[in-house]
Write a protein that binds this ligand. Structure first.
Ligand SMILES: Nc1ncnc2c1ncn2[C@@H]1O[C@H](COP(=O)(O)OP(=O)(O)OP(=O)(O)O)[C@@H](O)[C@H]1O
Ligand SMILES: [Mg+2]
Length: 419
């Protein structure tokens, strides 16, 4: 958008808002409005700065991350935008935000996709499938989750590698599998590992592919993905962030969502009929946003909870990720105990931050290995990112009526004394 504040009225509106903000700097609605104004005027960086302020002032309010998401999207940084959007959705009060706000974001997503298409005009219309670089994640590189790995081996990998035996026992192995859980706890990693353990090709459909589908080519796009998976069988077809693709039709207000979900259902049912050798996997942070019809038998009827790492897993993560890093007086047992609710990705982040702290000492002439202080600093800077998710899911379990779909989570919440 080129239109800045170049009309006198627009300038006046901006000035008035700025005046009011000076008087009421903690009025979040006002600041959000100001951010919107900046965004509409094409001042993305300024809007982003307001979003940061909002987030700092009100860490538990979704307005900040939502504004950030829209500003980032406007800047073309879709990945970061989706992260903020996901963060916003996990915060209390997201549901009560003006639906228009949410719609605007969805509309912008569509717009973003359209622009991307226009800019790549002349090339093949839509590149809807990414072949993920054959990054060899195996089960052995996933720390912890012993029960989960055992279940997956028994229920997914063995039947897949050895269909004969299971057919004789008449065990069901069809249908897709939905991995769900808080961010950063290894869902994507598990999906990749399953593909590798099955010696199967891996076709991953991500958010940007989803975006393209909203352009109206959804039917042929989806069909193309399933076709590609079939042509590469044995193949794992992986839908990351399924909630974005199969957003609940009852919650969605647009027709596009409806069509996309319907087509998805048709394709999924097709897989059961015609495609041996295609294993459909999906992951989501927001299973309650996924359309119910997606979860019926033969579709994503099996749902697996990917929990945050337990004490032992955290200890093992620390150990394996600190191999070759100079450390002094670091008691990993104690540290692991302190890291309850930290995700695998959080632990990666903590280690990086702790390293920075040690390095900055080193630069000041005091060269040393990582110690407990570095981690104390790191944990003071970064809180566990799974808490918001756990809080949200606790509400879902408590209030959304127990249809048994989150039993695994319920047990987990009880185990960690959050329920
Ligand atoms: N069990 C684990 N063992 C080793 N590393 C892990 C584990 N879980 C998470 N990690 C680390 O965290 C990173 C993020 O994991 P991953 O991308 O699989 O999470 P995710 O659940 O898909 O998150 P999101 O919901 O944000 O997509 C991994 O790249 C890895 O470095
Ligand atoms: Mg992921």
């Amino acid at each position: 958008m080129t239109d800045s504040f170049d009309t006198p009225e627009a300038q006046e509106a901006r000035r008035a808002l700025e005046q009011r903000l000076l008087l009421e700097p903690f009025d979040s609605a006002l600041r959000a409005e100001y951010g919107e104004l900046l965004l509409a005027a094409g001042l993305h960086a300024e809007a982003l700065a307001q979003a940061r302020l909002l987030t700092q002032q009100l860490a538990q309010n979704p307005l900040g991350p939502l504004l950030a998401a829209r500003a980032l999207l406007a800047q073309g940084d879709r990945e970061q935008a989706m992260q903020r959007y996901t963060a916003a959705r996990a915060l209390p009060g997201f549901e009560t935000i003006d639906e228009l706000e949410q719609l605007a974001l969805r509309a912008q997503r569509v717009e973003g996709a359209r622009l991307q298409l226009v800019s790549s005009a002349g090339q093949a219309p839509v590149r809807s499938i990414q072949d993920v670089a054959a990054e060899k994640v195996r089960f052995s590189s996933i720390v912890g989750m012993e029960d989960l790995k055992k279940t997956i081996r028994l229920k997914i990998i063995d039947p897949y590698l050895n269909p004969g035996i299971f057919a004789r026992f008449r065990m069901q192995s069809g249908g897709g599998i939905l991995l769900y859980g808080p961010p950063g706890c290894g869902k994507t990693m598990v999906a990749r590992a399953i593909a590798n353990e099955c010696n199967a090709a891996f076709v991953s459909v991500g958010i940007s592919d989803v975006l393209n589908m909203y352009v109206g080519e959804s039917e042929s796009n989806l069909a193309a993905m399933f076709d590609k998976a079939r042509s590469q069988a044995p193949c794992v077809l992986f839908f990351d962030e399924l909630d974005a693709l199969a957003y609940s039709r009852s919650k969605a207000s647009s027709n596009t969502t409806r069509t996309v979900v319907n087509e998805f259902l048709t394709q999924l049912d097709g897989v059961g009929r015609e495609n041996r050798g295609v294993l459909v996997l999906a992951a989501t942070n927001m299973p309650w946003d996924v359309d119910d019809a997606m979860k019926r038998p033969g579709r994503f009827s099996r749902q697996i909870f990917v929990a945050p790492p337990d004490l032992e897993a955290r200890r093992e993560m620390l150990r394996s990720k600190l191999v070759g890093v100079p450390c002094e007086e670091l008691d990993l047992d104690t540290l692991a105990t302190q890291l309850e609710h930290y995700s695998g990705a959080d632990i990666d982040g903590l280690i990086e931050m702790a390293k920075e702290s040690a390095v900055s000492d080193g630069l000041a002439g005091n060269e040393r290995g990582l110690n407990a202080d570095d981690f104390r600093y790191a944990t003071s800077q970064q809180r566990p990112s799974t808490m918001d998710w756990l809080r949200t899911v606790r509400n879902v379990v408590k209030y959304a009526g127990d249809d048994g779909s989150f039993r695994e989570v319920e047990q987990y919440l009880k185990r960690v004394k959050l329920l």
